[in-house]
Design a protein around this ligand. Structure first.
Ligand code: NAD
Ligand code: MG
Length: 406
């Protein structure tokens, strides 16, 4: 097997190791000789976390869900001990912040889904780590607060989201990250979107869409929440907000284009007419390896792109009637302040309700739109203001869902 090595040995905390990004990260780590794992974390998937600990022998494993029965935790610790694995089990969400900021850690992969990843992502940023950001919801909610924390501590923030990673690869960089002095020459950035499973589904069939249909993404295999977000294109709406913050661009300079093949991961248009795009097979090991090794390159087992064998690449303007959540995201990026946090919170509640059968598919966009219409936005000057907005949007979304007749 091909082995690969980082220029400098490093230690990684992987938050959300049992998820889709978590597993892809471990698939890359497995091939790297001098990258060791400090901590792995799961919400409640004891069996998968155990298997990962036995393979990677991290110093710590974190189980977050407070409702996990004591017996399951005890079984976990006993199984580690019996196999001679020295990994120590930590419990509760607070432990995530500890393992994200510990002095021994060089890099943190933030791959928890949703607002649950916010505190640990912020802790890694404050502690000056190389922060590999998959948890887009954390940045969507906090925007400049997270970016300022990273700037002040000297943390390097690298985007794992394939679109943002593509843009990062197409922008001029300095050792700290994107060279912001060169951004004046960027005319616009274009985020590509696959369009998800319902790109061509007749609109009159949308009301009957089931969670299983919505989770069956034609190109990417991902966790449930982001799969639903890809079906509604809320994911692209969140990515739109993410792009404005990450690259310090006004929303007028960010565009979305539908590209069903997901080969061109995004593009940067420059003032002189040049367009730089990053291409790869749709496989998250590519952006993950890029961020782990940046500015170096390491090998991955991702399938190689062969354009001669590739179906024709198509690009279309998005249809906002089909994807109202995309428009909501673009609007929230423009309004800024607490608007992205409100939208994110409403959407997390709506998606969870859809997945549990308490809300119909069309209800997701309806609830998100109603929360945005009813709730006032304010300047997002503190974490307290953001948490307050998040909580109120969740309450309103839950109330709307209870009232909605399926
Ligand atoms: P997933 O559902 O597969 O995994 C989520 C991980 O977070 C799991 O390890 C789970 O145990 C943990 N988790 C869930 N709830 C938690 C809680 N309350 N407290 C602590 N841990 C919790 O999700 P995913 O698809 O790997 O996505 C992770 C993040 O990466 C999301 O923010 C997503 O938007 C982003 N992302 C994913 C992909 C992808 O290809 N999967 C691509 C781009 C960005
Ligand atoms: Mg993406």
């Amino acid at each position: 097997m091909m082995r690969t090595e980082l220029k400098q040995a490093a230690t990684l905390t992987l938050l959300g190791s049992t998820g889709s990004i978590g597993e892809s990260t471990l698939a890359v780590v497995r091939e790297v000789d001098n990258l060791s794992i400090f901590a792995l974390s799961a919400n409640r998937n004891v069996d998968k976390l155990l298997a990962q600990c036995l393979e990677f022998s991290p110093r710590y494993a974190v189980l977050c869900d407070p409702s996990l029965p004591h017996e399951r935790r005890d079984e976990f610790s006993r199984a580690l001990h019996e196999r001679g694995c020295k990994t120590e089990l930590l419990l509760g969400a607070g432990a995530l912040e500890e393992v994200a900021s510990a002095a021994e850690v060089d890099m943190v992969m933030a791959a928890i889904v949703g607002a649950a990843g916010l505190a640990s992502t912020l802790a890694a940023a404050k502690a000056g780590k190389r922060l590999l950001l998959a948890n887009k919801e954390a940045l969507v909610m906090t925007g400049d607060i997270l970016l300022d924390a990273a700037r002040q501590s000297g943390a390097t923030l690298l985007p794992i989201d394939s679109e943002h990673n593509a843009i990062f690869q197409c922008l001029p960089t300095v050792p700290e990250g994107v060279d912001s002095s060169q951004l004046t020459f960027v005319e616009k950035i274009v985020l590509t979107a696959s369009g998800g499973p319902f790109l061509r589904t007749p609109l009159d069939q949308f009301a009957a869409i089931t969670p299983a249909q919505a989770c069956a993404h034609p190109v990417w295999s991902m966790g449930d929440k982001i799969s639903i977000d890809s079906a509604t294109m809320m994911n692209k709406g969140l990515e739109y907000i993410e792009a404005c913050y990450l690259f310090g661009l006004p929303s007028a300079k960010v565009e979305v284009v539908i590209h069903p093949q997901s080969v061109v991961h995004s593009m940067v248009h420059y003032d002189d007419g040049s367009v730089l795009a990053q291409m790869a097979s749709p496989d998250m090991r590519v952006p993950i390896a890029h961020c782990l090794a940046w500015p170096q390159r390491i090998k991955t087992q991702a399938p190689r792109l062969d354009l001669t064998q590739q179906a024709a690449l198509e690009f279309y303007a998005p249809d906002i009637d089909r994807f109202p959540c995309l428009a909501l995201g673009m609007e929230a990026a423009k309004v800024s302040g607490t608007a992205p946090a409100l939208l994110n919170a409403a959407n997390e509640v709506a998606v969870a309700s859809f997945l549990s059968g308490a809300l119909d598919y069309l209800g997701i966009a309806a609830v998100n739109a109603e929360v945005m219409a009813q709730m006032p936005c304010e300047a997002a000057t503190s974490l307290a203001i953001i948490h307050e907005a998040d909580a109120r949007a969740r309450d309103l979304a839950s109330a709307l869902i209870k009232k909605r007749i399926l």
